[in-house]
Design a protein around this ligand. Structure first.
Ligand SMILES: NC(=O)c1ccc[n+]([C@@H]2O[C@H](COP(=O)([O-])OP(=O)(O)OC[C@H]3O[C@@H](n4cnc5c(N)ncnc54)[C@H](OP(=O)(O)O)[C@@H]3O)[C@@H](O)[C@H]2O)c1
Length: 353
């Protein structure tokens, strides 16, 4: 059987992606072969291709962190999965393909009636938001949280999932054009270009003058802050945590700005925002969430949480802001739009086109 894939062939901004056709083997024991219908196209794919994520894949590799499709054949020893069944999976790479062999335990059945594009539009963003909200920060009713990039793919997922928890006060940062979306989901919207989010969050509980030397220690107010921005931004998010609060860092968007990778920003974020605060005995916690490390530690959580996200889609309880489908030959244009911050909603690769 043949498979067509999009390869990232270098770290450049142009001519970095190539469509190739290859043979795919029969699924080995314990694996299933999936005829892929759709895959998510994410900002994280671009960061991998540019090489700004430490430990990320090296070219040539096939990007794409989530996919959905139909089981085409099963390897020896696989039970509970049959040809013709629609399934979904998260992968570190390999999503931009028409067929793939995956270990059966990575694959989760999709509820009846949920289309492939809908699955690909939510799998990664809502899965990671769900894990950070529930597994890592264990957010519950009555708490206050800060969500950066709140109108983006993962940010909006946080907002919608927090609505389901109920009784959570959410502060969401976005640019001016996107504040309405944040408000529509019940969050306090903060224009991160025009306002200092830390002042807005702290001001919501105190009108007092902030002492710049003590503010970080005494005026924290949120139980959890979710930050994909990176660099010194991690420290600022940590600064608004209440005692016992948790910074969940999960991206380093600032490590790629205006098309230029900046590894130094990544290091500053990691050392200054994650490691240094751990040395302060102030009862606040920091950590970098990584979907794949958590999965190694808790494989059952991966299956449970992805299944829960698919059930929420099936029940129409979550949905991205908008979905734009692209073909393999349109991925370079999609990457360019992601890089320029021109994407609202989710891009999905239609692997059947
Ligand atoms: N750790 C993991 O396991 C894991 C897995 C998958 C993805 N990720 C990460 O998740 C992150 C988010 O992905 P995504 O698909 O949601 O991206 P996205 O849809 O492009 O959203 C990013 C948002 O960030 C906002 N933004 C940019 N600079 C900002 C700033 N200084 N302050 C506040 N908001 C700012 C933008 O808002 P405006 O447009 O309003 O300016 C944009 O909506 C990426 O960094 C990706 O690498 C992590």
């Amino acid at each position: 059987m043949q498979t067509t894939q999009v390869y990232a062939v270098n770290r450049d901004t142009t001519n970095c992606l190539e469509v190739r056709t290859e043979q795919i083997a029969e699924p080995p024991a314990g694996h299933v072969r999936i005829q892929v219908e759709a895959a998510g196209v994410s900002y994280g794919d671009l960061l991998f291709q540019r090489g700004v994520v430490p430990g990320g894949p090296k070219p040539p590799f096939v990007p794409g962190c989530d996919l959905t499709g139909v089981v085409e054949s099963v390897g020896a020893g696989v039970t509970g999965l049959e040809p013709g069944q629609r399934v979904a999976a998260l992968v570190v790479k390999g999503g931009y393909t028409t067929a793939i062999n995956l270990p059966a335990q990575r694959v989760v059945p999709v509820p009846d009636g949920v289309g492939a594009v809908n699955v690909a539009a939510v799998s990664l963003n809502y899965f990671i938001a769900y894990q950070m909200l529930h597994r890592v920060a264990q957010v519950r009713s009555g708490q206050r949280i800060l969500v950066h990039g709140a109108s983006g793919g993962v940010g909006l997922a946080f907002l919608q999932l927090a609505e389901h928890v109920g009784g959570v006060t959410v502060f969401g940062t976005a640019s001016a054009a996107n504040l309405d979306v944040v408000r529509r989901h019940g969050a306090v919207a903060i224009d991160y270009r025009a306002e200092d989010f830390a002042n807005v969050v702290r001001g919501s509980v105190s009108d007092g003058e902030l002492n710049p030397f003590t503010a970080y220690d005494e005026n924290g107010t949120v139980d959890a802050a979710f930050d994909p921005i990176g660099g010194p931004h991690f420290w600022r998010s940590y600064s608004v945590l209440a005692r016992g609060g948790r910074l969940v860092a999960y991206g380093q968007n600032d490590a790629l700005r205006d098309g230029k990778p900046n590894a130094f920003i990544g290091l500053v974020g990691f050392l200054g925002g994650i490691v240094a605060p751990k040395l302060r005995p102030d009862g606040r916690k920091t950590g970098f969430y990584n979907a794949w490390s958590l999965e190694k530690k808790e494989p059952q959580a991966y299956r449970e949480d992805l299944t829960e996200v698919l059930n929420l889609v099936s029940a129409d309880k979550i949905a991205p802001r908008s979905v734009r489908t692209v073909t393999m030959s349109e991925i370079p244009a999609a990457f360019a739009d992601l890089e320029r911050g021109r994407v609202t909603g989710k891009i999905v690769l239609d692997c059947t086109a």
